[in-house]
Design a protein around this ligand. Structure first.
Ligand SMILES: Cc1ncc(COP(=O)(O)O)c(C=O)c1O
Length: 459
């Protein structure tokens, strides 16, 4: 008797396995120099790579990059790949945008770090306000740090201990946010390395799109701040339902908590990020990754009232370390790159191109999914597009976690790469940069369609 067909995300498991094995073999066989390069340097690094998540890509071993320019990345085996990962947003405006590369060359002749401002710093502050709104800014090096500092400020000015985050969120490696919701209760995420603190003492976890769970948490009077992305982009993508953000704003105000909006990924939404495009009103605004064109930089800004409260708090706190800031943050290279990006890269024209390309990608992927009858869907936030190997739309982190199909995703990612397209690891995210060409988008759609044709041949 033939064995019953076992389906995963609508795909026959045996067929998926066959493709996964073949694509992995194909990747490995075509990259002798990559393999040799990794082998030669492996011993010096902990677990053979300089950053552990380089091993989290779905290929048998990571690509070793020779160079990248615009929306193309070339590996040491000479393969030129259309890059839709774009450093998971760090290079959302393309690799080495020309104004940023120019700014780097110029600043490199004048020193790299001095713990003092430059004239460009003053200009960067003005441009940040012009682009993102009336905030009082500080510079950090990573969005993780920017979120950490924002949380410190929120606790300082409210005198409350906890942050409210959403199940399935990611705001960088900020310890306080590493909680999840299980059976209606907040708990520390079980996989955290070496975490000995009980994070439920400093964080509460609610469900996205569920204002009742937010209000219940705020009602305890313990919440200093709600920290959220406008769209959940770090699980399978979850869009806010109509009224959700207005509800968050109103509840935060009613209960005396601050609203921190982390735009690190949703800066893909358009000029000024999701906040400007959709008229949000955060108390604290955070953005990192691509804000300085790929130079490690993040910024956090306080509304004038929060800034005044914070300065008053600061004036009265005991002297000594504040626990805020890092030595290399707010260095002249960051100011030069911030200024170049804000003035010359993050332009209406660039966003118009990104939006148009992302719509083309969104429609192409959607068409392929529908043509093959896959029980999948596609979501888009400006220049950010994601296919999800489950039906949608998703409402919250719990649904997003169930929609994640690691086996299917890994196979599709590797198969796409073997067809010349790189998409983000961990989830199925693709970005359109100002440098991305129509033909690159069409190649990705064609490759995706070809993969689905093999995985779902009966349609
Ligand atoms: C929404 C959001 N905030 C913050 C971060 C942290 O950024 P970084 O790793 O640059 O600190 C990330 C990283 O993916 C993110 O997605």
């Amino acid at each position: 008797m033939p064995k019953p067909q076992e389906l995963v995300a609508g795909i026959d498991r045996d067929r998926l396995k066959k493709m996964a094995e073949r694509e992995a073999r194909r990747f490995a066989a075509s990259r002798p120099r990559t393999k040799a390069a990794l082998k030669a340097g492996a011993e010096a690094w902990l677990d053979s790579v300089p950053m552990h998540w380089m091993k989290d890509w779905p290929m048998p071993f990571p690509m070793v990059v020779d160079r990248a320019e615009g929306a193309r990345i070339t590996d040491v085996d000479g393969y030129g790949i259309d890059d839709f990962c774009l450093g998971d947003t760090g290079s959302m405006f393309g690799h080495s945008p020309k104004p940023v590369a120019r700014a780097i060359r110029k600043q490199a002749r004048r020193g790299l770090t001095y713990m003092l401002p430059t004239e460009a710093a003053m200009e960067a502050g003005r441009l940040l306000t012009e682009r993102f709104g009336d905030f009082r800014w500080q510079v950090a090096t990573t969005a993780t740090d920017a979120n950490r500092f924002a949380l410190r400020v929120a606790r300082a000015v409210t005198g409350r201990p906890k942050v409210l985050v959403f199940n399935g969120c990611y705001h960088g490696t900020v310890d306080d946010t590493m909680v999840e919701r299980s059976n209606g209760q907040t708990r520390t995420r079980p996989g955290l390395t070496g975490q000995v603190a009980d994070l439920t003492e400093v964080a509460t976890c609610a469900e996205f799109n569920d204002l009742a769970s937010v209000e219940a948490a705020l009602g305890t009077g313990e919440i200093a701040a709600i920290l959220t992305e406008p769209v959940m982009t770090n699980s399978c993508m979850v869009l806010p339902e109509p009224g959700f953000h207005d509800g968050l704003r109103a509840l935060a105000t009613k209960h005396g908590a601050l609203l921190i909006i982390d735009e690190t990924h949703t800066i893909s939404s358009g000029l000024g990020g999701y906040t400007a495009v959709h008229g949000l009103d955060p108390d604290i605004f955070v953005v990192g990754k691509c804000v300085a064109g790929g130079m490690p930089t993040a910024v956090w800004g306080l509304r004038p009232k929060v800034a005044a409260d914070y300065l008053a708090y600061n004036a009265g706190r005991p002297s000594g370390h504040s626990g805020m800031g890092t030595t290399l943050s707010a260095n002249p290279m960051q100011f030069a790159c911030l200024t170049a990006t804000l003035a010359e890269v993050m332009t209406p024209k660039a966003y118009a191109h990104m939006e148009k390309g992302a719509e083309r990608l969104y429609s192409g992927l959607k068409r392929a999914i529908e043509a093959h009858g896959a029980p999948w869907h596609v979501v888009r936030v400006g220049a950010r597009v994601e296919f999800i190997c489950a039906p949608g739309p998703l409402r919250n982190g719990t649904e997003a976690s169930m929609a994640h199909m690691p086996e299917v995703e890994a196979t599709v990612h590797t198969a796409l790469l073997n067809r010349g397209c790189l998409i983000a690891p961990f989830h199925n995210m693709m970005l359109i940069s100002p440098a991305t060409k129509k033909r690159q988008i069409d190649r990705l759609v064609t490759a995706f369609d070809e993969i689905l044709t093999e995985l779902l041949p009966e349609t």
